[in-house]
Design a protein around this ligand. Structure first.
Ligand code: GDP
Ligand code: MG
Length: 338
């Protein structure tokens, strides 16, 4: 059974106890959901028959919805074939098939991916956060530190962004708010030295999780990559199994730009997962499809709003439901048994 059918069964069957209440995903993806269905409706309003022009517009619409070029082409090609086979003429009849294709395509790429965050079996776990300025690294660290603490874990933060003005203070402010210690140096200091001290302290104090902030920009790209490399080497030298995660933080509001950043980082740094921020403000939730199909790096955390608990561990089923709810057909007469 494809993901589409699984979701349909879980959410439209007579099993209310299994259907999630209005949750963070539904709320955080509202903009994406409405912009997608608006686009779909506009497309259908323009066409009376399913012809070649229709498919061209569909492709364009999918690309604009940020599902990625490759995904858009794949879907419209599969749809052409299906429409031919089933002899479909009315655009409305294709609507369900489009959503089904999107969901299943998404399911295919996600099934093979591990969305969970990995922790050390013993000793400190280290998560290294990388990404361009403004992506949401420091905010994500602040929110995650709070959540880990709530779970009863001890947390330490390392202010590895010594380059950007105010970056150290921003992380220290999160540390105060979360009640979590922060290892820092003065602005302009050596980030690798800060990370070295932080790892040492994490080992001495037997800290559960060390979250390492890094600079998003240096004098140039080569320097940045060299520095990330150096930071990683310092960590590995002290804790051979660390970092358990190297998380690339991406701002979803930048759409395709986020995707090219991801490709670039992925070429030079070993990324273990992606944090997709600001999904609440973007209407570009489709980017998750593009990441899944074109990048093959699992999304591990999503930022669905500004509140502490709006940072969520990525749940593909909830995400897809949040994105396509309402477009996934409700059965006219719900006669299914449980
Ligand atoms: P950094 O340069 O990568 O460390 O980015 P920051 O953590 O400083 O974040 C840049 C801006 O994005 C801040 O104003 C954050 O409040 C905002 N931000 C980060 N994550 C989210 C999110 O998930 N949703 C929303 N709405 N804003 C976010
Ligand atoms: Mg920062």
């Amino acid at each position: 059974m494809g993901l589409f059918d699984k979701i349909k069964q879980a959410f439209t069957g007579n099993k209310p106890e299994e259907a999630p209440a209005e949750d963070k995903y539904e709320a955080g993806l509202e903009k994406s959901r409405s912009s997608f269905s608006d686009r779909l409706n506009a497309l259908f309003a323009n066409f009376r028959t399913v012809d070649e022009d229709f498919f061209e517009d569909l492709e364009e619409m999918l690309i604009e919805a940020d599902v990625g070029y490759q995904t858009a082409v794949t879907i419209s090609d599969q749809l052409r074939e299906e429409v031919r086979l089933k002899n479909v003429k009315k655009p409305e009849e294709v609507s369900q098939v489009i959503v089904q294709k999107l969901v299943d395509l998404y399911g295919e790429s996600e099934d093979s991916e591990d969305n969970s965050l990995h922790y050390a079996e013993s000793g400190p776990t280290v998560f290294l956060f990388v990404g361009v300025n403004g992506a949401g690294k420091t905010t994500t660290i602040g929110k995650l530190a709070h959540q880990l603490k709530e779970e009863g874990k001890s947390v330490l933060l390392a202010a590895g962004d010594t380059f950007r003005a105010g970056a150290i203070e921003q992380l220290q402010e999160w540390g105060r708010r979360d009640g979590v210690p922060v290892v820092a140096t003065e602005a302009g200091g050596d980030p690798a030295a800060v990370v070295f001290d932080a790892v040492k302290q994490a080992k001495e104090d037997n800290v559960d999780v060390l979250l390492v902030d890094t600079a998003g920009r240096l004098q140039n790209k080569v320097n940045l990559m060299k520095e990330l490399d150096k930071i990683k080497r310092v960590i590995v030298r002290e804790l051979p199994d660390a970092p358990q995660e190297v998380l690339l933080v991406l701002d979803s509001t930048t759409g395709q730009n986020a995707l090219s950043q991801a490709k670039e980082f992925n070429q030079t740094t070993d990324i273990s997962g992606i944090v997709l921020t600001k999904l609440d403000g973007s209407g570009k939730g489709g980017i998750v499809l593009a990441i899944g199909n074109e990048l093959h790096v699992p999304v591990k955390l999503v930022g669905l709003g500004e509140k502490m608990d709006d940072l969520q561990v990525f749940d593909p089923t909830k995400f897809v439901y949040g994105l396509f709810k309402g477009l996934i057909d409700q059965p006219a007469n719900a006669t299914e048994t449980d």
